[in-house]
Design a binder for this molecule. Structure first.
Ligand SMILES: [Zn+2]
Length: 340
């Protein structure tokens, strides 16, 4: 079985995320609560998506337990399915990871009940601890603790992962003001996580490639462990730096998040360019979050020098009937190309 840090020492790696948005888009998960009941209701959908992401180049199969924690299940009145949901998500992911020789990751995230000052720490700790226990029992290679906007909450997550003796990848969500809710800069929060024992630190979700990229160099300069960067594939801008901030001029300036982000979707080329630039800054753990499709994941994988199975079908426009130049493409068709 591969080991996360050994693999990272050898080459940059790809981690596909974004299961919530993709299952929602496919019609198997409800936007709003965003609870991954799909792992119980339609496990075949989750299994297939894991396989598509591995086919596209993901080195990691991340169990779909995002927002599958006690606090979220309480909101939808289904705490009774908490444990089966987690165990089932882990077993679906484990089967794909073991079959494909990829890394198996458990996953915990923001609880949405954390408050600075410690008033909710016990509830947060126990939410993390139960999920980490189930992940450890499923034999995960490491645990991803993600989308934290409070550094303090991420450190509680990290504590639970370290207590289980597992490597931790800690990635923060940076909202529109560019800092953590605790007042730290992203690089300060990453350094704190590294000092507390995280194996990999960085950013995921919320920001598109253009507004995540400027945050990466200071993080890389602040820490000595591998750095992660997994943007959302949306065209965020300096004026609207997060996917939640994006407003659609074609829809009277309405907020596009979460179900009307389609017109802002990045091309695969933009994700590939992001990966190339991030790699140039020293980022070793690359991926795509909410909104990711396999074509985005493949572009990231290819940009860092990999040839995943899906590369067999990467574009070759020389074979196009009008735009191509391959033998057999008719001259009159080529000449007609400008009229297309
Ligand atoms: Zn995300």
């Amino acid at each position: 079985m591969p080991d996360l840090l050994e693999l990272l020492a050898h080459r940059p790696i790809v981690c596909a995320e974004g299961y919530l948005f993709e299952c929602e888009r496919r019609g198997y998960l409800q936007a709003g609560a965003f609870v991954p009941e799909v792992v119980l209701d339609h496990p075949e959908v989750v299994d297939e998506l894991h396989r598509e992401f591995v086919h596209a180049g993901s080195d990691v199969v991340e169990a779909f337990t995002y927002y599958g924690h006690r606090e979220k299940l309480r909101v939808i009145g289904k705490e009774d399915i908490l444990e089966p949901l987690n165990r089932h998500a882990l077993s679906i992911a484990a089967a794909v990871a073991r079959e494909t020789g990829t890394l198996l990751a458990g996953n915990i995230c923001n609880t949405n009940v954390y408050e600075p000052g410690g008033s909710a720490d016990q509830a947060v700790r126990s939410a993390f601890s139960e999920q980490v226990t189930w992940a450890a029992e499923a034999g995960v290679d490491f645990i991803i603790a993600e989308t934290f906007s409070w550094a303090g909450e991420a450190l509680l997550a990290l504590e639970a992962i370290r207590a289980a003796g597992l490597p931790a990848v800690v990635t923060y969500a940076i909202h529109r003001d560019g800092g953590m809710r605790d007042g730290m800069t992203p690089q300060e929060a990453c350094l704190r996580a590294e000092q507390a024992g995280a194996a990999v630190v960085g950013l995921n979700c919320i920001r598109g490639p253009m507004t995540m990229l400027p945050l990466l160099a200071p993080i890389h300069a602040a820490v000595s462990c591998p750095v992660a960067a997994l943007p959302v594939p949306y065209r965020t801008t300096a004026a609207e730096p997060s996917m939640q901030a994006l407003t659609d001029p074609a829809r009277a300036g309405q907020q596009a998040f979460p179900t009307a982000l389609d017109p802002f979707t990045c091309t695969r080329d933009e994700l590939g360019e992001f990966a190339t630039e991030a790699l140039g800054l020293g980022v070793r753990y690359l991926g795509v979050c909410c909104g990711a499709g396999p074509h985005h994941v493949r572009a990231v994988a290819e940009a860092i020098g990999m040839t995943p199975p899906a590369s067999r079908y990467s574009p070759d426009m020389s074979r196009h009937s009008f735009l191509g130049s391959a033998p057999g493409i008719g001259t009159s068709y080529r000449e007609y190309a400008p009229n297309l």
